[in-house]
Design a binder for this molecule. Structure first.
Ligand SMILES: CC(C)(COP(=O)(O)OP(=O)(O)OC[C@H]1O[C@@H](n2cnc3c(N)ncnc32)[C@H](O)[C@@H]1OP(=O)(O)O)[C@@H](O)C(=O)NCCC(=O)NCCS
Length: 182
């Protein structure tokens, strides 16, 4: 467990249960974030050179993980959550989430059909070198392939293939074989 530094504790609001696994890389830059981790056996991993600005991270429940890779950027007013049990939210390397992006592995309230739960939490994977434009929401179970771009105001509910531009609600691929630059 690499603890947050004194300066990081001053610059952010951290509420982290004892026993949480923290794996913090070198030169991470975290400012004005609220990080809440409650429950047993949870993990937060942030890779080298990654920046988080004014982001709300919630890991609540047991055996849940949020992993953010190296050289990634999480912009202002983003929300990342891993809740319920055995859930992993992964964000890869060189990936940019711009502003006001919600990545939610669970819906927040259970829904039952014929007394059977129908909306369990599911993992989300946002792979390497992805650009997510402002105001995007990414819901449970989604995987976004590497090198893709998600357009402004989109709601992503199904997997998006690598190397594509995808937009809209629900978000669908509109261009393939693309590349983008930081
Ligand atoms: C993702 C994005 C860059 C794609 O741009 P693009 O490849 O030039 O796309 P185009 O303008 O050619 O649009 C292609 C089609 O998708 C539609 N479209 C584009 N963006 C859309 C969006 N966010 N939601 C819904 N439809 C969209 C267009 O209307 C067009 O439809 P048509 O073919 O029926 O005419 C752009 O949509 C976007 O999100 N820009 C904002 C980036 C941003 O938020 N920057 C903030 C700082 S990081």
């Amino acid at each position: 467990m690499n603890a947050f530094s004194f300066i990081q504790k001053l610059r952010n609001k951290l509420r982290i249960t004892n026993g949480t696994t923290l794996i913090l890389g070198n030169k991470i830059n975290i400012v004005h974030c609220t990080i809440t981790i409650k429950g047993k056996n949870n993990t937060l991993k942030i890779g080298n050179n990654t920046k988080l600005r004014n982001t709300n991270i919630e890991i609540i429940g047991n055996n849940n993980t949020i992993k953010i890779g190296e050289n990634s950027l999480i912009g202002n007013f983003c929300y990342l959550s891993a809740k319920e049990e055995n859930i992993t939210l992964t964000i890869g390397n060189n990936t940019a989430l711009s502003r006001n992006i919600k990545v939610m592995t669970s819906d927040g309230h259970p829904i039952y059909q014929n007394n059977k739960r129908i909306n369990y939490a599911k993992d989300i994977t946002i792979n390497n070198n992805i650009w997510i434009a402002d105001n995007v929401t990414i819901l449970k179970g989604v995987e976004i392939g590497s090198n893709s771009v998600i357009g402004i105001n989109s709601t992503v509910v199904k997997n998006i293939t690598s190397g594509s531009v995808a937009v809209g609600n629900p978000c669908t691929v509109i261009k393939e074989n693309i590349r983008w630059e930081y």
